[in-house]
Structure formats: structure tokens, C-alpha cells
Design a protein around this ligand. Structure first.
Ligand code: 6YU
Length: 561
């Protein structure tokens, strides 16, 4: 058995657990170790107690829960889903990634917006968004980003609107809410950062998105239980992966290993193969805040002229504009994502240029959740979604950059956790981008105060009782994640995802092949940013090793997607 290959898996998220589970079910890999930096399995699947209930700090839904979705399959096999989610009917529903829930739209002017008005704007936005997916196989795109395309189209449409000025501005404000919502979906600061050409490559599966009644964390827990106990080591942050070497164990003469993995505590592990599943964390330089003064709000140059209402008109209609004080943030060079931040020192010899470029170019942004528990709901009984419209905003007008004064404006959607008989009155807000990263730096009390003010303004009730409890995720500050999930940024494409997924050494004829393999959501070309993408990527890399050793078992597994 000692001559059998030794395999290390770095990271116990769904990619790492999936790879380890598949390898450990084969007799070819009795020497398997899973090294996890934190004290728990699951990574960005993270269910936590909030009072007497469990809420999701990370992944929330199974996107497209149907036969082709391996997370759905595994969760069904483990009995973690309810009957409704398992029903054939649920699996056949096609919602194109945007399930419609009964929603109420509150505006910053303290009024509830007409559902008819909102529906018309929503249809316009989703039609335009669908159009962005059509650029996939086109050799050239007219603008580089999804955001710019949407704005250009909106600027055209506005010219044909026959509404009065107030309605026009209100429709633009609603559209701006949808831009921010899309930032949460893509995990990005701005849709101007998301590449237009490859946007349609993200694939959606049928099925009405469902949740785990007992918490998403049940899935990694079950997967962990299926692994040999001694194979999983927690609190083992890996600091270096050395490959292409010839490492020998003192106790074992004659056998050398090409890979040596070193942990923060100095412990070293030798192996024939290592599967790295740490989050992408690219070395993109992001500027937080503005060095001196926030810029006054201006019409974006590309669309100036589409709507010519003077800025003063906004004020006269009773809208307050964000204050233009100096920001507290200074220009800082933030590095997002673990691998983006560390790949230059983490892997030795360093990654080949094509792979390093891919890591640099792909996007990895922040999307956080803020849970608020209320004694009494301020929303109507059948409402499952609260959306927020800032009436003085428009996608055609540049947003203010004063994070301290206006971070909370980026939080435009709250889910009402269902069913209320179980959860009581808990809202789950989503906030993406630099505002989300800024929010992480605040205290719970500061977040609670800011959001109480927002909700009082939205409801027009200055005496509304504040939430009794708050809890939020802080994915950008989490040292082994450094953000939420990947996206295909302007300047990158699906080819970068594939380049990232290529194992080392690159030369397939190398006598010691597949020393370093790469999995994780950011390595799945069509399902990046999801749990099913992560799981499939882990299976993909396990299958690569199973095929290398040509075990007949490798062919018995479910087909790869
Ligand atoms: C989904 C959803 N969802 C919300 C939020 C977040 C994410 N996702 P992991 O990070 O899990 O594991 C790596 C491990 O490695 C980890 O345990 C580390 O501790 C460890 N590690 C790191 N460094 C190490 C070291 N040095 N040594 C040792 N160990 C180390 N996905 O399907 N449904 O509802 C959401 C959501 C707030 C943060 C999500 C959702 C994303 C998933 O959570 C995520 O992809 C996987 O869990 C990642 O697993 P992994 O194993 O790769 O890494 C067109 C177009 C648009 C494209 N986007 C549309 C899709 C929308 C995505 N949906 C997101 C929405 C929510 C709400």
C-alpha cells in the first residue's frame, strides 16, 4: 500500500470535500489528507445560529435544483431537502436565475411604489439583461462591460419615454436598484467591472431555487462524515506548496515525492499530488473610498444628453443628494481573494505566466448579508422581498463615492426569512461591492443605527422600533476567503477560467504528471460562483487522478457536467 500515491487536498469547502470524497471511495488512494485552515468544514457554505434559528452567512440557495445539479442530487440523497424542493414540478420550473417573490418596493421618499410601475421597469431591465447574454459568440462587442451596455441601451430608451419628468426619474431610480441587485448576483462592485462578451457563458439549470430547511451546512457535514476521520486536519493553514522537487522522508528510504506542502505551524506533508481549492483572491488593486473629496454627482459621459434635467431639479423635487464630505477611506491597495493575494509566495516554483495572468484578470468581489431581527414586522404579511429605491439616483448619473455617508444606499434588497412561524421577523439584506467591504469595518451598533435610520426613512415612520438584533457576514475580512465569489471581469474570459484549472506541470509528458491540481468555484467555466460549480470542480480533479491511475472505478461515477 505504501507505493500507492499520496494525495493532499487543500481546503474543506465543497470543492475540497467533493474531491476527497470521490478519491477516498477508491481503493487506489488510501493515503489521502485534507488540510483545512479553519476549525470547520464548508468554507463559503456557513450556517450559523441567530437566536434560536439557523441562518446562512454564505451560500443561500441551490441554484437550479434539478437532476443535473450535483448539489441537489447529493442533498436529496442525504435527505436534506423538503418535499416541495424534491417535487418533479419544482425541478421543472425555469426562472432564468431570478425567481419572482411577492415584493414590496419602498422608496427613500417614504412611500410604497406602485407594483405596476415597478413591474414595467423590471421587465425592461430583464429584457436588456437577457440581451447581454447574446454577445457570447460574437467576435467583437461594442462596449466592454455589462454595465456600459445596459446604460447605453437605457439612454436610448429614455429618449422615447413619453412619461412626465417625475415618472421618468422614478423609473431610472428603480432601474438603479436593479443595477445594484445585479452587483449582488455577480458579486461585484459595479456591473461596469463585469465583461460583456463572456457574460452569457454562465449557465443556469432548471428548477426553482430552494434552501436547506436544516441549514446548508448539513451538506458539508454529511460529506465530512463519509471521510476517514484521520484524513481531515483542521486548523492547518497551508503557507507554501512546493512542486517539481524531490522530497524524501527520513523514515522512508528510496521513495521521493515531487510535492511538499508546508503549514503555518511548520508541519510539512510530502505528496505525489496536491489539489488546491483555496478561493481565487486575485491581485486586483481596488481603491477604497476617495483620497480627498467625493466627486459631485455628474451625468456619465457616455450617456450625457440622454436626460437633460438639471441637477437642481432633483433637489427641487424634494430629493436629498448624498452629502459630499471627504471620505474617511484613503486610497488603499486592497487585494481580493486568497489566491490573488498570495499566489506569488504560495506556490513555488511560481505559477506559469498564463496562469498568473488568469488569476490577476478574473474578478473576485464581495457580497455580504446583514440579518436584522424585528419584534414586529413593518412589512405586509404576504411580503417575501423588500426592495429599496433611492429616488435621487439613476444609472445615468455617477454615484457618490463617499462611503461613510452613503454605504447603506447599496443595500437594496431584504429577504423576509420564510416561514415567519419558524423564523419570527427576520430580514436578510444583501450588499455588494466597496460599500459592503466598508460595512465590514463598522461595529454592529453602527450598522444597526444606520439601517434603523434607512428603514425609518423608507417607511416614513421616524419612531419605528429598531431591530432587536443584528448579525452580518464579513467575507472580505475573512483571511482565508478575502471576498465572496468570482466573476468574469472586463479583460478576462472563460479561457482564463480554463487556464486556472490546468494542472501543473503543464507538460503532459512529464514523468511526474498532475503534481498540482486546481479546483474551486472559480475554476468552473460555466458554473463559477456557485456551490454546484465548486462541487463539480472537485469531482473533475479527482477524476483526473483516477484516470491517471486508470482505476476502472473512475468510470463508475456519475457523468461529469
Ligand atoms: C450558490 C448561493 N450565495 C452568498 C455568499 C457567498 C457565497 N455562493 P470555499 O471557499 O468554500 O472553500 C475553500 C476552503 O479552503 C475554505 O474552507 C478555506 O478555509 C480553505 N482555505 C483557504 N486558504 C487555505 C489555506 N491556505 N490552507 C488551508 N485551507 C485554506 N452559491 O450556489 N448559491 O445562494 C450562493 C452566496 C454571501 C460568500 C455564495 C452561493 C457561492 C458559494 O458559496 C461558493 O461558490 C462555494 O461555496 C465555494 O466553494 P469552494 O470549495 O470553491 O470554496 C450571469 C452571471 C452571474 C454569475 N453569478 C450568478 C450566480 C449567483 C451566485 N449566487 C450567490 C448568491 C448567494 C446568495
Amino acid at each position: 500500500a505504501e507505493a500507492r500515491p499520496r494525495v493532499l487536498v487543500v481546503g474543506a469547502g465543497l470543492a475540497g470535500l467533493g474531491a476527497a470524497q470521490r478519491l477516498s471511495s477508491s481503493r487506489a488512494f488510501p493515503h489521502l489528507r485534507l488540510l483545512e485552515s479553519t476549525g470547520r468544514a464548508g468554507g463559503r457554505v456557513c450556517s450559523q445560529r441567530f437566536g434560536s434559528e439557523v441562518v446562512e452567512m454564505g451560500a443561500h440557495w441551490i441554484h437550479g435544483p434539478s437532476k443535473e445539479n450535483p448539489v441537489f442530487q447529493l442533498a436529496s440523497d442525504y435527505g436534506l431537502l423538503d418535499e416541495e424542493a424534491m417535487s418533479e414540478e419544482n425541478q421543472q420550473i425555469e426562472v432564468g436565475g431570478h425567481p419572482l417573490l411577492p415584493a414590496v418596493f419602498y422608496s427613500s421618499a417614504g412611500r410604497v411604489l406602485s407594483p405596476e410601475l415597478v413591474e414595467g421597469v423590471r421587465n425592461l431591465f430583464s429584457t436588456l439583461l437577457d440581451q447581454t447574454r447574446e454577445f457570447l459568440h460574437m467576435p467583437q462587442v461594442s462596449v466592454p462591460s455589462v454595465g456600459e451596455y445596459l446604460r447605453k441601451e437605457i439612454a436610448q430608451q429614455v429618449k422615447e419615454w413619453t412619461d412626465d419628468d417625475e415618472t421618468k426619474w422614478l423609473k431610472l431610480a428603480i432601474l438603479n436598484t436593479y443595477f445594484k441587485l445585479e452587483c449582488c448576483v455577480s458579486g461585484t462592485h459595479s456591473m461596469d467591472d463585469v465583461a460583456l462578451g463572456p457574460f452569457g457563458e454562465y449557465a443556469m439549470l432548471p428548477g426553482l431555487d430552494c434552501t436547506f430547511p436544516g441549514g446548508y451546512g448539513g451538506l458539508p457535514d454529511c460529506m465530512l462524515t463519509s471521510l476517514p476521520k484521520e484524513s481531515v486536519l483542521f486548523h492547518k493553514p497551508v503557507t507554501a506548496v512546493r512542486w517539481g522537487g524531490s522530497y524524501r522522508e527520513e523514515s522512508q528510504e528510496g521513495r521521493t515525492f515531487p510535492v511538499q506542502v508546508e503549514c503555518e505551524d511548520g508541519e510539512r506533508f510530502l505528496a505525489d499530488h496536491v489539489i488546491i481549492t483555496v478561493p481565487l483572491a486575485p491581485t486586483k488593486h481596488v481603491t477604497l473610498g476617495c483620497a480627498s473629496h467625493a466627486r459631485p454627482r455628474q451625468l456619465r459621459p457616455a450617456v450625457a444628453g440622454a436626460l437633460t434635467a438639471p441637477q437642481g431639479q432633483l433637489g427641487s423635487a424634494g430629493w436629498s443628494s448624498p452629502s459630499q464630505q471627504p471620505t474617511t477611506g484613503t486610497d488603499s491597495q486592497e487585494q481580493l481573494g486568497f489566491l490573488k493575494e498570495h499566489h506569488e509566495t504560495f506556490i513555488d516554483p511560481p505559477l506559469p505566466p498564463r496562469k498568473a495572468d488568469a488569476i490577476r484578470q478574473l474578478g473576485f468581489g464581495t457580497n455580504n448579508k446583514i440579518f436584522l431581527e424585528f419584534e414586529q414586522p413593518f412589512w405586509p404579511p404576504d411580503c417575501q422581498l423588500i426592495e429599496v429605491v433611492w429616488e435621487d439616483e439613476s444609472p445615468l448619473v455617477e454615484a457618490g463615492t463617499d462611503l461613510q455617508a452613503s454605504w447603506f444606499r447599496k443595500l437594496i434588497v431584504f429577504l423576509v426569512l420564510q416561514p415567519p412561524e419558524r423564523y419570527g421577523h427576520i430580514l436578510c439584506g444583501f450588499i455588494a461591492g466597496k460599500e459592503s467591504e466598508y460595512m465590514e469595518t463598522l461595529s454592529d451598533a453602527a450598522v444597526l443605527t444606520a439601517l434603523t435610520d434607512v428603514i425609518r426613512r423608507l417607511t416614513g415612520n421616524p419612531h419605528l422600533a429598531p431591530p432587536k438584533k443584528v448579525m452580518r457576514s464579513q467575507w472580505h475580512s475573512a483571511p482565508y476567503t478575502r471576498g465572496s465569489y468570482s466573476y468574469v471581469a472586463v479583460g478576462s474570459s472563460g479561457d482564463d477560467i480554463d487556464a486556472l484549472a490546468q494542472p501543473l506541470p503543464e507538460d503532459a509528458a512529464d514523468p511526474r504528471p498532475l503534481q498540482v491540481l486546481f479546483a474551486g468555484e472559480a475554476t468552473h467555466r460555466t458554473f463559477y460562483s456557485t456551490t454546484h460549480g465548486a462541487l463539480l470542480s472537485g469531482w473533475r480533479e479527482a477524476d483526473r487522478l483516477l484516470s491517471l491511475y486508470d482505476t476502472s472505478e473512475s468510470h463508475q461515477h456519475k457523468p461529469r457536467l
